[in-house]
Design a protein around this ligand. Structure first.
Ligand SMILES: Cc1cc2nc3c(=O)[nH]c(=O)nc-3n(C[C@H](O)[C@H](O)[C@H](O)COP(=O)(O)OP(=O)(O)OC[C@H]3O[C@@H](n4cnc5c(N)ncnc54)[C@H](O)[C@@H]3O)c2cc1C
Length: 469
């Protein structure tokens, strides 16, 4: 058995049970079995062997953030057999899931995990993405992706991106997704909500770590803490051991959310305008359907990044002018006219951290790899992180000798696909958002060629493939 710098190795004699240090668990007095302890390769005599304490699967897990990554990680740790996790606590700044924040997210690879593996019911609150049609403001089609055909033509996609014979591509309101995850979570998960529960730091002691909270208190010690606290993650600062703020990419997105939808069922439209690239899509259930626009444009002037996707009531005129200047047709402008909620976000990014874990802390979702939304992969990659992390933890003792080794494996599995998707979505942003008549026309010609060569289909399929093994 290998031991890592962060593991504590002790030599014991005939040890079956050991009490963890009581100061590590305030209010926790019971002695716990040191489970999953296996004799090391350096075993020399019948009664004496080396125990790698950190080889125990984590019994208690603390998670910072109850967004998509945080809730899915809690679910994954609960539902994956043999993780050993007995207690999960989540610390979230928001008082509740707020319908008025954010719009919808795209799911594809994530659906295969959430529906196919964890049994989360999504179809009732989601709208399938059957066609993606890219158009010029004149209405002329640049390319179209028939999602169902794309999936059925590929043996890999049929296997990986279908659940019960249905493809996995869908759009879902972010709050509906969070509620679906919460419904599936058992009572074993405690969520501490409110600004006082903002995680502001991490303290590691031995193999365990705890959160420092905004109200000056600290959480209990956990065997594993997980940073799912989004773009401006404080757990990330601990993991990379420095304060590094995300960088503004020079792209802003204005969102409009309108009740109801005139879009043909299952259609997602991309509108390639001069100075604005607009995505028009629908999400929600039959009784509560929404249609929305996400309008991306370049703007050198840095604005607050609005990571909370909060309402911006002063946006309407600016948004309207932008759609008018880029000659967007009435079907697009009508969504803004009918909209009840407006949001503006800057696209921020940070480079992948050199390590995704440190001691008993690790990162999932945007805290590890916030990405521009141009391949619709933010939520999908967060869900895959969660599932991959739970799988590697479940294999401690069989495949990995200790927690650090499992965390290292998790990072290794996820880093390559995430890096590739990050680069591809940055390239997509660069190509799709063009200013000026000539550049816009060149872009449209280029995308027509790409469409004819089947590149958008291939890019969408590649980005969507679940990669967690
Ligand atoms: C309110 C909101 C609305 C969004 N709407 C959209 C959308 O409409 N479309 C889209 O494509 N993407 C949206 N996103 C981004 C998208 O959800 C993520 O890119 C993706 O799902 C990855 O999820 P995540 O859980 O890693 O990060 P996030 O979704 O950002 O979740 C992070 C969570 O951590 C909480 N948090 C942050 N800091 C702390 C802290 N220090 N301590 C404790 N908790 C903390 C946040 O309140 C949040 O709940 C939204 C994000 C937010 C926060």
């Amino acid at each position: 058995m290998k031991s890592k710098p962060n593991d504590i190795c002790v030599t014991v004699t005939s040890l079956a049970y050991a009490a963890r240090p009581s100061h590590a668990f305030p209010g926790f007095t019971t002695s716990l079995p040191l489970r999953n302890a296996t004799p090391s390769a350096s075993f020399t005599q019948a009664t004496s062997f080396t125990l790698c304490v950190a080889s125990a699967k984590p019994l208690r897990v603390g998670i910072a953030g109850a967004g998509i990554a945080g809730l899915t990680t809690a679910l994954a740790l609960q539902k994956t057999p043999n993780t050993g996790v007995q207690q999960i606590q989540v610390f979230e700044t928001r008082q509740s899931i707020d319908v008025a924040q954010g719009a919808a997210v795209n799911l594809n690879g994530a659906t295969a995990i959430l529906e196919g593996i964890y049994g989360v019911s999504l179809r009732d609150v989601a709208i399938p993405m059957n066609y993606v049609t890219a158009r010029e403001p004149s209405g002329s089609t640049i390319f179209q992706v028939d999602v169902d055909r794309m999936v059925r033509q590929s043996a890999m996609a049929k296997k990986e991106l279908c659940v019960n014979g249905e493809h996995c591509f869908m759009t879902v309101m972010r709050d509906d997704l969070q509620n679906a995850l919460l419904n599936e979570l058992g009572a074993g998960v405690k969520i501490h909500r409110g600004e006082s529960n903002r995680v502001v730091g991490v303290h590691q002691q031995g193999n365990q770590a705890r959160f420092a909270l905004k109200d000056g208190s600290t959480s209990q010690y956990f065997d594993l803490i997980i940073g799912a606290d989004g773009l401006r993650s404080n757990v990330r600062s601990y993991v990379i051991n420095k304060e590094k703020q995300p960088v503004y990419s020079g792209i802003r997105v204005q969102w409009a959310v309108a009740p109801g939808s005139d879009l043909p069922f299952g259609m997602v439209e991309q509108w390639f305008g001069d100075g604005a690239y607009v995505l028009r899509y629908a999400a929600g259930s039959e009784n509560k359907k929404y249609e929305m626009l996400a309008c991306s444009f370049r703007e050198a002037k840095k604005v607050a990044e609005n990571p909370g996707y909060e309402q911006n009531t002063t946006l309407r005129d600016d948004f309207s002018l932008r759609l008018e200047r880029s000659n967007m047709p009435q079907v697009v402008r009508g969504v803004l006219e009918r909209s009840e909620r407006l949001i503006e976000t800057g696209v921020y990014r940070h480079s992948l951290p050199p390590k995704w874990y440190r001691g008993a802390a690790c990162l999932v979702g945007d805290s590890a790899h916030a990405m521009p939304p141009y391949l619709g992969q933010g939520a999908n990659q967060a869900v895959q992180d969660a599932h991959c992390l739970a799988l590697t933890i479940s294999q401690i003792d069989e495949q990995y000798s200790c927690l650090s080794e499992a965390l290292e494996k998790y990072e290794t599995i996820r880093r390559v696909p995430v890096q590739a998707i990050l680069q591809a979505s940055r390239l997509a942003a660069f190509l799709e958002i063009q200013d000026g008549a000539v550049r816009s026309r060149m872009r449209n010609c280029f995308f027509r060629l790409l469409g004819a060569a089947g590149i958008p289909q291939r890019t969408l399929l590649q980005a969507s493939r679940p990669r967690f093994l």
